[in-house]
Ligand binder design. Structure first.
Ligand SMILES: [Zn+2]
Length: 240
């Protein structure tokens, strides 16, 4: 039997870290990615680099067999093989979600975040079915009418990351300013002049980068993940 698969991004959780996750239809994928977009923007607006991640979507039959056979040793609670809504063939509409922090580690959602999540999933056409078996992270997508349709370009929005607030106010006192390099997701980095006192940040082209380096503004050696931009205001204009 063949099944279709639609990506909901890579897991960062447990033995699935780095493994791309899927659901059965594009509509389901866009629904949960839209929830993620709203969650990530909310966190960015709070100055947090925490991001919603799909720990697991469709589960292969081989993995179900493995988890069931080893459930005691692994200490996991799993449904008998092929009965789960994660099943790759019968349903494939279930997703388990968690939070990936800016440093790459995982955490569970807080109670307040779960409350937000359950409401938003249901607005987007899913159901918190984990309510019936004590799993606040477990949802099934495309199970009800949508109150809000998904972002049609959800994948592009996820790839771009949360919107950063902008200002025309300069970065601030140069004494408190340094240069950081941020991964731009395209195998390269973008330079910024950042002031952690004012929490304002200025994108630097190559000329501006050379200008500030020549003035002795210290440069952080390591490339940073894009999440470091969370909480900064993006300066439009001249800068410091
Ligand atoms: Zn689940």
């Amino acid at each position: 039997m063949t099944t279709s698969s639609f990506s909901v991004g890579r897991s960062s959780y447990g033995d699935l870290r780095g493994v791309e996750q899927f659901v059965a239809t594009e509509r389901m994928a866009l629904q949960i990615l839209s929830v993620k977009i709203d969650f990530d923007q909310m966190k960015a607006d709070q100055g947090s680099g925490d991001r919603l991640s799909i720990n697991e979507g469709k589960r292969s039959r081989a993995r179900q067999d493995y988890l069931w056979a080893n459930r005691v040793a692994l200490g996991v609670v799993v449904a008998p093989p092929y009965t789960s809504r994660h099943d790759e063939i019968r349903n494939g509409n279930a997703i388990d979600v968690g939070v990936t922090m800016a440093d790459g580690r995982n955490r569970a959602l807080t109670a307040a975040e779960f409350d937000w999540l359950h409401t938003q999933v249901e607005r987007r056409g899913g159901t918190w079915t984990g309510r019936n078996f004590g799993e606040p992270w477990h949802h099934e997508m495309a199970t009800r009418a949508e109150v809000v349709p998904p972002y049609p370009n959800a994948r592009a929005i996820v790839a771009a990351g949360p919107t950063i607030k902008s200002t025309t106010t300069p970065v601030g006192d140069i004494v408190n300013t340094f240069i950081i390099k941020v991964d731009n997701g395209k195998g390269a980095w973008d330079a910024f002049l950042a002031n952690p006192e004012t929490m304002r940040i200025l994108p630097l082209g190559s000329t501006a980068l050379a200008f500030w380096k020549a003035r002795g503004v210290p440069e952080q050696p390591d490339m940073q993940a894009r999440q470091v931009l969370a909480g900064f205001e993006l300066v439009k204009g001249k800068g410091a």
